[in-house]
Design a protein around this ligand. Sequence first.
Ligand SMILES: Cc1cc2nc3c(=O)[nH]c(=O)nc-3n(C[C@H](O)[C@H](O)[C@H](O)COP(=O)(O)OP(=O)(O)OC[C@H]3O[C@@H](n4cnc5c(N)ncnc54)[C@H](O)[C@@H]3O)c2cc1C
Length: 492
Amino acid sequence: MIYKDDPTLIQGFLEDTSNIKTGHTPGVYFPESMDDVSTLLQKSASSGKRFVISGNGTGTTGGRIPFGDHVIAMEKLDHIETPVKRERDRAIMTVGAGALLENIQKKAESHGWLYPPDPTEKLCFIGSTIANNSSGARTYKYGPTRNHIARLTVVLASGDILDIPRGKYRADQDGIFRLDLPLAGNLEFKIPDYALPRTSKHNAGYYSAPYMDLIDLFIGSEGTLGVIVEADLQLVPVPEKIIACLVYFRKLEDLLSFVENAKKKSGGVNPRALEFFDRNSLDFLRKVYPEIPAEAAGSLFFEQETAMEEEDEKLEAWLELMERSNAMTDESWVALDVDEQRAMIAFRHELPVQVNEWLSTQSKSKISTDMAVPDESFAELFKFYRDTCEQQGFRYIIFGHIGNSHVHLNILPSSHDEFMAAKALYQDFVGKALELGGTLSAEHGIGKLKSEYLARMFGRKGLQEMVRIKKTLDPNLTLNMGNIIPENYYQT
Ligand SMILES: Cc1cc2nc3c(=O)[nH]c(=O)nc-3n(C[C@H](O)[C@H](O)[C@H](O)COP(=O)(O)OP(=O)(O)OC[C@H]3O[C@@H](n4cnc5c(N)ncnc54)[C@H](O)[C@@H]3O)c2cc1C
């Protein structure tokens, strides 16, 4: 196994997109097989050596950043096997944890299959998206990564290689898992007692549900319980046709009523994605897309899957809904073929590019939220975000997954004072989302950046329940310390 400790060669492993600049490591291991990972962890089991698992560094929460620990880089475990058809409408594709999501999606599609999870950032490793239960625009229809994982292979801190096909290990009626492993021996642990929020997306802390599957404990555990080395992904057939559209509205109320009607499938529409851009986001995009109408208060991107012969009928249903909601139909952009749809994806991806470009001219980084709330509380959280930012005179944008009642607020401070004020306000945003029954993180995870807030969601007891599970599966606290659970919780 290759090991690198030349600072110039491993510099990239000290960062992700969180803007944390203080990472440091003695060196980086590059395992080439799951046995390499197992051997490395077995040899280190009694040495006190700790590891941070590294994907491709697009995470936003400092999850892969080491603070003195060694790094395990997953990039060489990048195999992507050919999809195997299991039923008429289902196939399985086996992939290594270091395979790029973009390459997986391309290979699946070249065989007529779709891997539904689609985080906006495609240059991430599949293992990381599983560790973070990532999601994207299509999550509105298909749910997060969790819903598409049929099997995982995980290497535990003991070096045990644990194969977890969905359905094999389930918690009993008392919420207890029992495992008998060659190296770690008999392990027994109880799932957390806390209830998960009623949001349609949630990615904060360990999963818990009655009779839950062990695979769901590892999905979303941000590398704290084991190294994901391989997965079986569940694929669905590529839809025959997609209708995609970017609709502008003069009034925000009209846009919100359009979303509500689309979610109710009013008039026969059936969206797979509903994504929002506020006026300020459109202002950023107008630099590259001057055709964006100046009077637009916001825009909504939607997609619907359809069969070829139903395309006209479905399109008609959407146009009717647009008319009913006073949409700027003539100025809107309908994309019915693959090239136009690619151009529309490029439009959507231009927003983070423009924002990052602006931020690079500033001395301070942005403050961004990733909270979601139950549908009935979305309007209240949205108003709270807007009113607060307007009152403070902040520069801000709001965009994202409105179908899942999950939008990102980015405050873009232009001075140190503004940054500090926005940081203090973040606490209020968290408080409001939790008060409304929401989640601290719907998709980006907790990592090291947000762990201090997690106790507000699950209480001290909830954190202690997570520590108990961590200590059973990783008694020497070897893997991804600092992620999800603040380190001071291990001392109690
Ligand atoms: C512009 C932009 C847009 C984004 N859009 C989305 C979005 O729409 N939806 C979304 O969900 N996220 C989004 N993200 C966040 C990010 O892309 C995802 O969290 C992604 O899963 C990170 O992948 P990575 O390979 O870069 O992981 P890294 O940043 O390298 O690591 C992320 C975490 O996963 C852990 N990890 C990595 N590999 C493994 C493994 N094999 N086993 C166990 N733990 C592991 C790491 O230790 C770390 O904690 C976006 C990020 C950016 C910059």
